[in-house]
Design a protein around this ligand. Structure first.
Ligand SMILES: CC(C)(COP(=O)(O)OP(=O)(O)OC[C@H]1O[C@@H](n2cnc3c(N)ncnc32)[C@H](O)[C@@H]1OP(=O)(O)O)[C@@H](O)C(=O)NCCC(=O)NCCS
Length: 182
């Protein structure tokens, strides 16, 4: 494998690009302030836009690291940023990446995330030369499993009580795709 960092990717409806100064306002408004978006995520809603600004600044500082992969999803139509998709864990020894993603409610149900996930998987196999891409979802959030299947991933199983949110354990479904299947 060879790390290549967060390069710009293009799909039919999206530009996947690095976060930039000035993205915090859209990120806060479109998804980071919405409890319906964060319901199944590991982070809580941002209390105010200053929290989002701090997060975006910390990501921008990391783009010089070629092993950091974190894309803003920009709509070609209108230029708004509507979500993000990133590598949340990279295991270089086995050449495997775990992906995480989230998007504003206003754009759910248009298969935009499967489009973004497919492009990121293609990049990680074709350019970064990984061998395995994996993703997890709370079993109470089956929409996310649907995204993974549409991007060609297969469910490997369910890890019981493998996550905890607000003191309540939840089961995690694990999906993967291997380079040989791509
Ligand atoms: C999960 C998520 C990424 C789906 O992205 P998307 O672009 O809407 O994906 P799709 O359009 O392919 O929709 C996926 C499924 O959700 C369903 N769905 C979409 N909007 C919905 C809504 N408001 N209520 C219930 N189901 C909905 C779709 O019908 C679809 O089901 P199907 O594939 O069986 O037809 C998006 O809902 C999201 O960002 N949610 C919040 C963050 C999150 O849960 N991230 C994943 C953590 S593992």
């Amino acid at each position: 494998m060879q790390n290549r960092g967060t390069r710009t990717l293009e799909t039919r409806r999206l530009i996947l690009r690095q976060f930039q100064n000035g993205d915090a306002a859209d990120m806060f408004k479109n998804w980071a302030s919405d409890p319906d978006v964060t319901e199944f995520l590991t982070w809580p809603v941002h209390a105010d836009v200053q929290v989002t600004e701090t997060v975006v600044r910390s990501w921008i500082e990391r783009y010089s690291d070629p092993s950091f992969y974190n894309w803003a999803m920009e709509l070609k139509d209108g230029g708004e940023i509507i979500g993000n998709i990133s590598v949340v864990k990279l295991d270089e020894k086995i050449e495997a990446a775990e992906i995480g993603y989230c998007m504003g409610k206003a754009w759910w149900g248009q298969a935009l995330m499967p489009e973004a996930l497919t492009a990121v998987i293609a990049y990680l196999f074709d350019e970064v030369d990984l061998n395995r891409v994996t993703a997890y979802h709370d079993t109470n959030n089956p929409k996310s499993g649907s995204v993974m299947r549409k991007a060609g991933m297969k469910q490997e199983g369910v890890l019981r009580a493998a996550g905890i949110k607000q003191g309540i354990y939840y089961d995690k479904a694990v999906y993967s795709i291997l380079r040989s299947e791509w």
